[in-house]
Ligand binder design. Sequence first.
Ligand SMILES: Nc1ncnc2c1ncn2[C@@H]1O[C@H](COP(=O)(O)OP(=O)(O)OP(=O)(O)O)[C@@H](O)[C@H]1O
Ligand SMILES: [Mg+2]
Length: 369
Amino acid sequence: MIKIENLTKHFPGLDRPAVNKLSLEINEGEVCVLVGPSGCGKTTTMKMINRLHEPDEGEVYLNGKRASEMNQIDLRRGIGYVIQEIGLFPHMTIKENIATVPRELGWDRERINKRVRELLDLMGLDPEIYSDRRPAALSGGQRQRVGVARALAADPPVMLMDEPFAAVDPITRARLQNEFLRILDKMDKTIIFVTHDINEAIKMGDKIAVLREGELVQHSTPEELLDAPANEFVAQLVGRNRSIKRLHLIRVEDIIEEDADKYSVAAESGRKEIKDKLSESKVGALMVTDEQGCLLGRVDEQSLKKEGETAGELVDEIHDQVTADSTLNDSLSVMLESGEGYVPVVDEEKGFFRDIITLQDLLQEVRQG
Ligand SMILES: Nc1ncnc2c1ncn2[C@@H]1O[C@H](COP(=O)(O)OP(=O)(O)OP(=O)(O)O)[C@@H](O)[C@H]1O
Ligand SMILES: [Mg+2]
């Protein structure tokens, strides 16, 4: 799909090439993560792919066609670009920002409006609230999501994403990563994703390309990178605690046992049922679910001291939950944040309670790794 051959770029004032004889192949539907320290040439590489920079040497091939021989405008329209530092147009509304490429392509108004609403929904931003705002009236994380929506607007087969989730806190970032992986699952896009966070690289990448001072040091799957770093530099980048880093590679749904019944009671359940089930629960709490099976909260011994007869009346708030497609590391973050030794798992589409995951489960995975 994308083939990079011997790509080299010099900049005045830099005594080494910013990118040096870089060769890389990215298969269709693959997420390739470029990772490496600041200044190693990640952004420069991206910009040579969509010809915001012309390479001094080498060539980029898209589906076998030389990028250098393609019309620049057509080339860029076929490649969604999420710019580092987001780069929304400040004088335009969110809707106008997202509609940039569709407008250039001459889509009619109705089609554009529909697409903008669809993308805002996808990114978890209510179109009613956000469509007509300007970027300055959004948080950093919201702006980043709009940046991703804008790049997706005309449904390009290729996406270049330069640190798309850098400006958000770790928990929100984990959510955005999971949402994005979910979206990707349905869309089959070829992605080059830049980050300097090795954990994000391990989580997002089908393949990881490690760059150092403009040169490719290792190109392999996340598993290979953890098992066999090519040299000391990669080993340092991957860092210690490789077994803990594996938590980024394992999804919650791969280890849960669908014990929803064991760890939950229906809202209408009475005190006796709650007590019986509580004595069996390995976390000293039960999740309370509504008729659809969605989480309302939890009950434990403390809740039973309150007045009320049913689980629905005794229910207490839960701190947080994870979706089944989250990684074990996301679950660990939530547990550390909440101070609880477990976190409930819900279905990512419908929100049904599926199981709980405990610190013990994570420890077991780390030991096995
Ligand atoms: N337009 C430019 N003119 C001169 N030097 C440049 C230019 N763009 C980038 N460079 C230099 O090229 C090198 C690679 O820059 P690049 O932006 O590709 O790094 P990066 O890996 O994206 O870093 P970061 O993680 O900080 O975004 C750096 O030393 C940078 O200073
Ligand atoms: Mg950069």
